[in-house]
Write a protein that binds this ligand. Structure first.
Ligand code: URA
Length: 433
């Protein structure tokens, strides 16, 4: 089977067979297919799309490109959540301890930041000593003892995704529905969970910018999960506005702790409770309403916070930091960004806020960049708020003073002030079962 013929077939809008898709994935992982041919196929898929069958074949080929995990050592129902990526999205740090405190086993493998979006593994590394690489037996042991553990993706899991993702990142082929769906579901299916809840982000800070595309992506991933025998639900949640008030690694961990302490911003709390409730529901813990109450109770009685602190301690971090977040190091420099005129914040470009945080040092521009854990943004006014000229709309934090100016400019460019108060919209826009 010639790679040239596979590229040509997709370029001409025809449907690829399972054999052709498998030949591409195995050949690429084995180093027999060069990057330029893989990139050409990704671009053809970007323009021509894929059927559900083709996307399912691609997902399974990605799943089978490496080791598939069998957590035989973990007792109980295993569940996972996955976000398609957003700005200020620290929900895993709250949702995983909530469900673990209620008897679900969450052996979570998370990613690092991608482009303007943050990653859970980077955030956890803001806690001194926290280990995100654990041998599988130790990982399983912590999940059995504590209920949850969160680590970085094993290098042997879905290697085709790692290679394809890096290629897509530099060939403008990330935001393709079949490529995102197969990337996420290939990894999820390799990780052997019973229940999966997907948080499909939609809006200016998400990879899928329109509700229509986000719904289609959610439907596709749910269908693939069902075909693979998983219990799976997707929530479609707003990413036109960054989630919560904190963007950047330490700042986001501190905000997640606040939610676990029963404080923290309402938007973040609402999404975390909804995601946790959907996991509990899939795990047959009760009706959705009862599961929501359980999730809220796990926050108000402190059990979710305690579970998080135990997980942190088991993974080598200092649990004192969780009970006393004032231990997190602070940035050396800060600067308030002031409103240039009176008006309502009518909308923001959430991706621009993510880029502003990146410019402060909260993310990577190249794979080799070292993250400044203290860098980030604290939002002091959000969409719908009225501000007067000179009022602070955000505070920027960084260890490198020279980064402040460009980050402030990017944030202001991404903030749109108008005289009319914008209409509010729900945070949870749909649920796909
Ligand atoms: N997250 C992933 O894991 N893969 C994608 O393609 C996009 C977001």
């Amino acid at each position: 089977m010639r790679m040239y013929d596979i590229i040509q077939k997709k370029r001409d809008g025809k449907e690829l067979t399972r054999e052709e898709i498998e030949a591409f994935v195995t050949g690429y992982v084995a180093g027999q297919i060069p990057d330029y041919q893989a990139a050409a196929l990704c671009m053809a898929i970007y323009f021509r799309g894929m059927t559900v069958e083709e996307t399912t074949h691609l997902t399974l080929a990605i799943r089978d490109s490496g080791e598939t995990l069998h957590f035989d050592g973990i007792q109980g129902i295993r569940a996972d959540k996955h976000s398609t990526g957003g700005v200020g999205d620290k929900t895993s740090l709250v949702v995983i301890p909530i469900v673990a405190s209620l008897g679900i086993k969450a052996a979570k493998m998370s990613g690092r930041g991608l482009g303007h979006t943050g990653g859970t593994v980077d955030k956890l590394e803001a806690i001194a000593g926290f280990r995100t690489q654990l041998p599988i037996p130790e990982f399983e042991g912590i999940v059995n003892r504590v209920g949850c553990a969160i680590v970085g993706q094993s290098t042997d899991l879905a290697p085709a995704d790692k290679m394809l993702y890096a290629l897509r990142d530099v060939t403008a082929t990330v935001d393709s529905m079949p490529l995102i769906a197969s990337s996420i579901m290939g990894k999820k299916l390799a990780a052997d969970d019973d229940c999966i809840v997907l948080d499909v982000k939609t809006g200016s800070g998400a990879f899928m910018k329109t509700l229509e595309d986000s719904k289609a992506l959610a439907r596709l991933m749910v269908d693939i999960g069902k075909r693979a025998g998983k219990k799976i639900t997707a929530l479609i949640t707003d990413m036109d506005i960054p989630l919560g008030n904190a963007i950047g690694n330490s700042l986001e961990v501190v905000e997640a702790i606040a939610v676990l302490q029963g404080k923290g911003p309402e938007d973040l709390k609402e999404i975390c409770v909804a995601l946790a409730a959907n996991i509990l529901f899939l795990a047959d813990k009760g009706t959705l309403a009862a599961c929501e109450d359980m999730a809220k109770q796990a926050i108000s009685d402190g059990s979710a916070l305690e579970t998080f602190a135990r997980m942190v301690a088991a993974q080598g971090g200092d649990a004192e930091w969780i009970y006393h977040p004032e231990h997190f190091p602070k940035a050396t420099y800060s600067q308030k960004v002031l409103a240039p005129r009176d008006g309502y914040i009518a909308r923001v470009d959430a991706e621009g806020y993510g880029v502003s945080a990146l410019l402060l040092g909260a993310g990577r521009n190249t794979k080799e960049d070292v993250i400044d854990m203290t860098a980030g943004i604290s939002l002091l006014a959000k969409t719908g708020d009225f501000v007067k000229k000179g009022d602070p709309i955000a505070e920027l934090f960084t260890s490198s003073k020279e980064r402040l100016e460009s980050a402030a400019a990017r944030l202001l460019e991404a903030t749109f002030l108008e005289d009319q108060k914008p209409e509010g919209k729900p945070l949870i826009l749909d649920r796909v079962e």
